[in-house]
Design a protein around this ligand. Structure first.
Ligand SMILES: [Zn+2]
Length: 302
């Protein structure tokens, strides 16, 4: 509201509503080469803003991808942090961590199995467990091609359709907490999680909750209306689904609902005129706050 006082206009109170969090998954090189320089050109207008005036994003790092072709190095991640970015944990080897169900039955001697949902990896041991018999054993994928898995050694037992396959507790801990410890050893203050493929189950959610404050584990629906009932079931909106119309409706929705929303990409080579450029400009124009995940948490926006 603007009002006049002896010919001097008084600044209206700030009218921020809603929170936008920018996240980039996997720690790809584009975070450093494209997102960072683009976001450095942006300024938020808020005066009460307690952390900074610029616009920063979050990188969800897969620690074993770090420094490999197409991914950021530790030095580049440090440059992001120096610019106000937040580092998040995205696991050590980028595998899903739910219970996978066996498609079809498998017999002793088989090396080929098929699972429902395609996010297993070759880095870890898994336990396969029958639902109807006492049969269980440790298996290790040799190759993973989507839902089709070839094992390093033949099954010892028979398993019916729907038998469960999940990471061993030790390997689940390694993937979630091993990567967290690695990021901490690199000097980063990491408090939040992004689940690879958004594939989680009750066991992995409990493991994530041990040492993280929030987790993005779903991309069903755009925004997170407040209050958030489960901080480990935060929703994200995938960058690839945005066009000019959606940029507007998304930001308008955040503002109208006074909700918190996560826009997430994968180190896209964004520049002037890109989705990220337009999204951030429109959020600033609408007075939607742009915060990192931990800033939103500290401000009780999450
Ligand atoms: Zn990912």
């Amino acid at each position: 509201m603007l009002f006049q006082n002896n010919l001097t206009f008084i600044e209206p109170p700030e009218t921020f509503r809603g929170t936008l969090i920018l996240e980039s998954d996997d720690g790809r090189i584009g975070d450093y080469t494209h997102w960072l320089p683009l976001l450095k050109t942006k300024k938020q207008k808020s005066k009460w803003y307690p952390f900074r005036y610029g616009v920063s994003a979050c990188t969800a790092v897969v620690t074993n991808f770090n420094g490999t072709s197409g991914y950021t190095t530790r030095t580049q991640l440090q440059a992001l942090v120096d610019a106000g970015w937040e580092m998040m944990n995205h696991g050590m080897n980028h595998v899903g961590s739910l219970s996978y169900e066996l498609i079809g039955s498998a017999k002793a001697g088989d090396v080929n199995i098929e699972v429902f949902l395609d996010s297993m990896g070759t880095a870890y041991d898994y336990i396969i467990r029958s639902n109807t018999t006492q049969n269980t054993e440790i298996i290790r994928p040799l190759t993973v091609n989507g839902k089709n898995i070839i094992l390093t050694s033949p099954l010892k037992n028979d398993y019916e359709e729907g038998s469960f396959i999940e990471l061993t507790p030790e390997n689940l801990n390694t993937d979630i907490n091993g990567s967290l410890d690695t990021l901490i050893s690199w000097g980063f203050d990491v408090k939040h999680f992004v689940a690879p493929f958004h594939h989680v189950g009750p066991v992995s959610l409990a493991k994530i909750a041990e040492r993280h404050l929030t987790a993005r584990t779903t991309s069903v629906g755009d925004t997170n209306p407040l209050p958030i009932t489960n901080k480990f079931r935060m929703n994200g909106a995938l960058a690839g689904t945005f066009n000019d119309e959606k940029i507007k409706s998304f930001i308008d929705k955040i503002y109208t609902e006074d909700s918190v929303a996560i826009f997430y990409g994968h180190g896209e080579l964004y520049g002037k005129g890109s989705t990220l450029d337009k999204l951030v400009d429109y959020a600033i124009e609408k007075n939607v706050r742009i915060l990192t995940r931990n800033e939103a948490y500290l401000l009780k926006m999450v």
